[in-house]
Write a protein that binds this ligand. Structure first.
Ligand SMILES: C[S@@+](CC[C@H](N)C(=O)[O-])C[C@H]1O[C@@H](n2cnc3c(N)ncnc32)[C@H](O)[C@@H]1O
Length: 288
């Protein structure tokens, strides 16, 4: 343990197990946890499990605003009225499990084995068939198998496959990542990404949907706020959302992460802006 006295007030600062404490003397009764060492925060975040889609590890360490449209509520309403539905990229099934009433046929796909196992445990008791499918089309379902396809935060959107799976008159309802999502964070770590941002522009997403033969019923974007209060929270987030900085692991980015750590220490937080797009697309009826 290292200790040092700072200032005339008799404040004592010491490091213990990577955490810096400050004791306000002369009474010596007030002990405040000031900050934890960069290495300790990064090591803890690198060791944390990241399976599933539960973000409670970040409680008190980060915040993320949600879009005003309430995707889970919209999805629940649509599922209650559907006869056969599919959730693509269900993750650990957390969002789908929040639905009150499933249609008579409800399937979900998941490509990452740890999440497929979690989703199976969570959703099979509710009568949802979870299919561990590769992370590329085609999915193992017949043409026109579903009247509703849903997806929240898919890593890639397979428009042609969605069009193939929908019955004429069927609906695709989804919440996609938007243009320049968390760009401040991504660009801090890996620099400018203009081509990546362009792929998520609404005009690009709409053009891809139309090229697959779907009609856009609704497409809108919200720019939200996310805050990180320590570098461990940033590292955990980047490990969990692996596509944010492809193949992320902390070591190659130590310099950039340390810079961000110092910024958070100085400013109290790091603010970035997730963008989300609500998409409703329709497969035309045969006669229209
Ligand atoms: C952003 S997740 C969304 C999951 C779910 N739809 C939701 O909104 O909670 C999209 C996909 O990324 C996958 N994924 C998450 N972490 C992964 C990892 N470390 N490696 C590979 N795929 C991962 C998920 O399993 C899921 O299929």
């Amino acid at each position: 343990m290292k200790a040092s006295t700072l200032g005339a007030s008799g404040t004592v600062r010491f490091d213990f197990n990577g955490t810096t404490f400050v004791c306000n003397t002369p009474c010596g009764l007030t002990m405040t946890v000031m900050r934890r060492a960069f290495e300790d925060l990064v090591a803890e975040a690198m060791a944390a499990p990241v399976e599933g889609w539960d973000f409670s590890w970040l409680n008190g360490r980060a915040t993320e605003e949600r879009p005003s449209w309430g995707y889970q509520r919209l999805m629940s309403q649509r599922l209650a009225a559907a006869s056969a539905a599919l959730d693509i990229h269900t993750g650990g099934g957390e969002v789908l499990a929040g639905v009150d009433k499933f249609p008579p046929t409800m399937a979900a796909t998941e490509s990452w084995p740890p999440n497929a196992a979690l989703a199976t445990r969570r959703l099979h008791p509710r009568g949802v068939v979870v299919v561990a499918a590769p992370d590329a089309p085609p999915l193992p379902f017949a043409d026109e198998a579903f009247d509703l396809v849903v997806s929240r935060h898919p890593i890639a959107v397979w428009w042609d496959e969605i069009a193939r799976l929908l019955r004429p008159g069927g609906t695709y309802l989804a919440q996609h990542p938007g243009p320049a999502t968390v760009s401040e964070l991504v660009e801090h770590v890996i620099g400018p990404q203009p081509q990546l941002w362009a792929q998520f522009e609404l005009s690009a997403q709409g053009a891809q949907a139309r090229a697959a033969g779907l009609q856009i019923v609704d497409m809108r974007m919200e720019r939200l706020t996310a805050e990180f209060f320590d570098i461990g929270a940033v590292v955990y987030f980047l490990r969990k959302l692996i596509w944010t900085v492809p193949d992320f692991t902390a070591e190659p980015y130590y310099g950039r992460l340390r810079h961000l750590h110092e910024r958070i220490e100085a400013e109290g937080r790091f603010v970035t802006h997730p963008t989300r797009v609500l998409v409703e697309a329709r497969k035309p009826d045969r006669r229209s």
